[in-house]
Ligand binder design. Structure first.
Ligand SMILES: [Zn+2]
Length: 101
């Protein structure tokens, strides 16, 4: 999916609980890593969120909890409910289950 900065700047930003976080103030690109971040201006502060964690439509929806990283191979798009890493097969525990074996 492609987006343009002008289409996303100024959009309202909501978190995964449908609570408004703020608005998109800017886009930041890192040429050395190829990563893109949304700069989100909230009432108190400003934060950067990797654009891969945002669903951009009529609004911007942050899905920070929809994926996580594999501790074994570092694969960054492991579904939150996966029991095994889709890339390396490393067994994954959910945060609440850490410590059980
Ligand atoms: Zn892995």
């Amino acid at each position: 999916m492609e987006i343009t900065a002008s289409s996303v700047i100024g959009k309202p930003v909501y978190d995964a609980s449908a609570v408004k976080v703020g608005e998109v103030k800017d886009l930041v690109l890192n040429p050395s890593t190829g990563e893109a971040f949304l700069v989100i201006q909230s009432r108190e502060s400003e934060k950067r969120v990797p654009i891969a964690q945002a669903v951009i439509g009529e609004i911007v929806l942050l899905s920070e909890h929809s994926s996580r990283s594999c501790p074994n191979c570092g694969f960054g798009r492991v579904p939150a409910d996966a029991n095994y890493c889709p890339r390396c097969g490393h067994p994954l525990t959910h945060p609440l289950q850490v410590g059980q074996g």
